[in-house]
Design a protein around this ligand. Structure first.
Ligand code: ADP
Ligand code: MG
Length: 615
């Protein structure tokens, strides 16, 4: 019987091996990006055309390759990353198998330019289907550029199995984000069909997360930190209210490698229990550091499952670390440690109705009313540059002016808590107010420093103002000199018509004008500074999303949405006087500590708190 066993030709063997490593354009992206990071690059650009089907190019400023290395790098099992055998174990956990470039070259056209620092010229090389077609010297900056074209050109079956452009691009972005999230010290750019999708400058982890997930994450992230003998955990979780039905904002990394784990996902989900609706998922960006020996990385490059040695303990540590972070975020404004009960700021229980206000709020009060003697106004404006400090006489005058517009303290029943706050906020002579980052307001009082979140504080004020107007039926409204006209879709017009009465009772005068047009003749006094069309538009969006059924719920929604839509936003510059009145009005609210989602509106740092910080 003749011998039948033959060695596969190299090219075929490479193609088969490539099938394991390179499954889709995103696999190429992952391998190239990781190589650039390994090469110590500080700037990495990913350029993609047609979702990677036409081109995937990675350009870096890493250490580059010599001519010989450039050529070698395309050989299977060629790696510069295993030099000593005892490295092998550690290096395996990083997934270095020296296979990636060889695999890519087996199933695509690969063009490489590279120059290492110690050479004057670079190397230009082209390979196709595992064969080097061309190699010569070239001028090139230090670093490496690798372009991969016509992926799977020689394996049509694979090419056929690629998904739509949108799906393949989503995979590419996923890989890009995963690499970028573990290498915040590297700058990344991603271009797709000449369009810049990401520009991520070198930044701390938090900024990197925000760069990827969007600016709105700045508000949503809460840090998680834990260190035990077994594991070090760091990273961020999204606040409970930012949990979504869709998944995709969940990231776990171990020793700088992305992995998936439904087990640890469950641990985090457990920590959020009772704080998010069922079916919603919290977002998280969690980094584990463990001894390499403590994990079993299935080094198959496309697999993302990793087995931990002491999984159960890590589960428990993770869950409690996340729980503690959620807790800290919820109690952070309660930094007056001595007075814990009065600062209990847990979010209101679900479905709890706000208590009807007494006469706490004067619906006529407009914190932005500018009316005041010209001389004082000038004084305010002068003081507004950075800080405001009134002289004792100046303060009295101004305060008098403000007092007239606010409910007087003697006439109204105020709670003990309010009393305490008012006392703390003091009405002494030297009050410094200052806006920080166009978003926070710092108010100094004898007792300590108040830090207000301007948007949240104003939503709280407006909410209570509108509520009071609804209850008392004596709304404060202001006729517009130039009534605003708005046009709506038929559906939205019907919605608005149904709400006209409720809106009227909080101070709107809206007249239907035929053809789905409306004229807004008057707005609540507290809203006179707003762009009414925007406010109403946004508010209709809110209600369209989930339409309440009964009248009570509807009114609640209207009031909440109006308050949120018409409150002054972060980013708006405020005058010292506006800040002070915002502060004082907030302190007179029924529930000054929370916004309408239970989030803190202010933080008070008093002596005790400062002692703790500087302990
Ligand atoms: P591995 O990364 O497992 O070593 P690869 O096939 O991905 O295997 O790369 C092979 C070798 O090519 C690397 O070990 C490295 O020496 C070299 N190399 C690849 N990409 C780059 C790059 N961007 N800059 C410098 N060297 C690189
Ligand atoms: Mg590699």
């Amino acid at each position: 019987m003749p011998d039948v066993i033959k060695l596969l030709p190299d090219a075929l063997a490479n193609q088969i091996a490539a099938g394991e490593v390179i499954q889709r354009p995103a696999s190429v992206v992952k391998e190239l990006l990781e190589n650039s990071v390994d090469a110590g690059a500080e700037h990495i650009q990913l350029i993609v055309k047609d979702s990677g089907k036409a081109l995937i190019q990675v350009v870096d400023d890493g250490k580059g390759m010599s001519e010989a290395d450039a050529r070698m790098s395309l050989e299977r099992h060629a790696t510069s990353k295993i030099s000593k055998t005892d490295d092998l174990f550690h290096i395996q956990t990083m997934g270095f198998r020296g296979e990636a470039l060889a695999s890519i070259a087996a199933v695509a056209q690969l063009e490489m330019k590279s120059r290492s620092e110690d050479r004057k010229v670079g190397t230009h090389l082209m390979a196709e289907g595992s064969k080097v077609k061309f190699q010569e010297v070239c001028a090139f900056e230090r670093g490496t550029s690798i372009s991969v074209k016509n992926l799977f050109f020689n394996t049509p079956a694979r090419r056929k199995f690629l998904k739509s452009d949108a799906v393949e691009m989503r995979h590419i972005i996923d890989e890009f984000e995963r690499v970028a999230l573990v290498n915040p010290e590297v700058e990344f750019k991603l271009f797709h069909n000449e369009q810049e999708l990401f520009f991520l400058p070198k930044a701390p982890v938090r900024q990197r997360v925000i760069g990827i997930m969007g600016k709105s994450y700045n508000e949503k992230l809460v840090p998680v930190e834990e260190e035990t003998d077994l594991v070090k955990i760091s990273g961020f979780i999204g606040k409970p209210e930012s949990a979504r039905k869709t998944r995709g904002e969940q990231f776990l990394f171990v020793n700088n490698r992305f992995f998936k784990s439904s087990y640890f996902h469950h641990a985090i989900q457990q920590a959020f229990e009772g704080l998010i609706q069922s079916g919603h998922h919290p977002s998280y960006f969690i980094y584990f550091d463990v001894e390499p020996e403590a994990i079993d990385v299935n080094i198959h490059p496309t697999k993302t499952e990793i087995k931990f040695e002491d999984e159960k303990s890590i589960y428990a540590i993770l869950r409690s670390a996340v729980k503690r972070s959620i807790g800290q975020y919820h109690v952070s404004p309660s930094i007056d440690f001595e007075r814990e009960e009065s600062f209990d700021i847990l979010p209101p229980a679900k479905g709890a109705k706000p208590e009807p206000p007494g006469v706490t709020v004067n619906p006529n009060f407009n914190p932005f009313d500018q009316e005041q003697p010209a001389e004082q106004k000038k004084q305010w404006e002068r003081g507004n540059a950075f800080q405001h400090r009134t002289s004792s006489a100046g303060w009295e005058k101004v305060y008098e002016g403000l007092e007239q517009k606010m409910p007087s303290r003697q006439e109204e029943p105020i709670s003990q808590e309010q009393e305490q706050l008012l006392e703390l906020s003091g009405d002494d002579d030297n009050t410094i107010v200052r806006q920080i980052g166009l978003k926070y307001i710092l108010v100094q009082s004898q007792e300590g420093i108040f830090l207000l979140h301007q948007y949240r504080a104003h939503t709280r004020i407006l909410f209570e103002t509108f509520e009071a107007a609804l209850m008392s039926d004596q709304h404060a409204s202001q006729q517009s000199l130039f009534p605003t006209q708005i046009e709506l879709s038929a559906q939205d017009a019907a919605l608005l018509k149904g709400l006209q009465e409720t809106l009227h009772s909080i101070g709107f005068d809206i007249e239907s004008f035929g053809n789905n047009s409306f004229i807004i003749r008057a707005v609540p006094t507290a809203c006179t500074e707003m762009n009414v069309a925007d406010v109403l538009g946004g508010f209709i969006d809110d209600l369209r999303e989930d339409r309440p059924t009964d009248e009570g719920e509807l009114r609640g929604k209207v009031v909440k949405s109006m308050a949120q839509r018409s409150a002054i936003k972060s980013g708006k510059e405020l005058k010292a006087q506006e800040m002070l009145s915002l502060f004082r009005t907030l302190m007179r609210c029924m529930s000054p500590q929370h916004d309408l989602n239970g989030r803190p509106t202010f933080v008070l740092m008093n002596g005790g708190m400062l002692d703790k910080i500087f302990d």
